[in-house]
Design a protein around this ligand. Sequence first.
Ligand SMILES: NC(=O)c1ccc[n+]([C@@H]2O[C@H](COP(=O)([O-])OP(=O)(O)OC[C@H]3O[C@@H](n4cnc5c(N)ncnc54)[C@H](O)[C@@H]3O)[C@@H](O)[C@H]2O)c1
Ligand SMILES: [Zn+2]
Length: 360
Amino acid sequence: MTEIPVTARSGSYPIVVQRGLARNLGALLKERGHRLLVIADDNTAELTAAAIAEQAGAAMFAISPGEASKSFASLERACEAALAAGLDRDSLIVGVGGGVVGDLSGVVAATYMRGVPLVQIPTTLLAQVDSAIGGKAAVNLPHGKNLVGAFKAPEAVYVDPELLVTLPEREYKSGLAEIAKYSMISDERLFDSLLNNAARILQRDLELVTPIIERCCEIKAGVVSRDEREDGERAILNYGHTVGHALEAATGYSVMTHGEAISVGMTAAGRLGVAAGVTPAEVTSRQAELLQALGLPLAAPGAAAVDAVLAAMSHDKKSRGGALRWVFLEAVGRATAGHTAGGDAAREAVESVLSRGADE
Ligand SMILES: NC(=O)c1ccc[n+]([C@@H]2O[C@H](COP(=O)([O-])OP(=O)(O)OC[C@H]3O[C@@H](n4cnc5c(N)ncnc54)[C@H](O)[C@@H]3O)[C@@H](O)[C@H]2O)c1
Ligand SMILES: [Zn+2]
């Protein structure tokens, strides 16, 4: 068992990583002696959450799988379920699922009766290394993602890598894109280990994947402990996300997974970083080698119109005062935030990943 501490302004909590952990979590939660509401989606309910809820004697609320459920309607229904189950301010919300369930659970826990305790049990690779850590929680508005939410530190995050065996292939690879990102922005040793072991990682060899998950949790825990509110360092976690988020928006969140979009976004950011004289060209070739070894795309030929992606970028809530801020690599394992780049260079970088033949 590994315990990784997060010490942030909104609260301190451990990330506990252990294979097989989920089998005992129901009993562990029951010991608290409080009322519980387990929030899941239909898939994670069937695979894991219903068993945890039963063991814990908890009430259960499940949404339909998918981004569309990260909504005000789900928030209202979840709070109604909490009320019907008799939850009060000492009760506990337990999110069992991917980032959609985790984000919804966070908003429920932040707002139901002005705030109740929260435990996160992430079940996707993306949630285990990224979304369950750091306290950000949000739901979507019809006009944009993550526009209403809160910082809500959980009491604990319980990560069981064995839950990953049932994850669909594309979802697994989506998490690998965030892992590749962590290596590019902050850990060259992780980069080497990902590149040297890509085949075994793709086979989900948990002997190998478990320490990789732990390392990524450590990296994110470190960054958010130093800068929870994204006044500075946390921004480097957005590497690849300026173009990535815009691609997702321009393709309606249905064509590409988040990780695929981020992989393409990292490729575009690499190119722009080279054009800006910040990123050595050799760094972008090594990045491409890793992304390809992990079965991730470097381009999305024809997936969206260049202008649609550029327009979505300019709506990105992280742009301040009109100018886009970029995260660029300075080396494998080192990134810096706050770079500006000319509009022509940005267009060229976006064009390069969208043009037909870009993946040849
Ligand atoms: N709060 C944050 O800091 C943060 C960071 C990154 C992403 N996010 C959010 O996370 C969301 C994406 O999360 P995601 O990629 O985990 O997607 P997701 O929650 O939609 O899960 C993906 C799919 O996998 C299924 N699934 C989950 N666990 C499974 C398992 N163990 N076995 C089989 N199937 C399983 C789900 O039912 C779903 O169909 C987005 O809404 C994004 O905005 C939040
Ligand atoms: Zn991401």
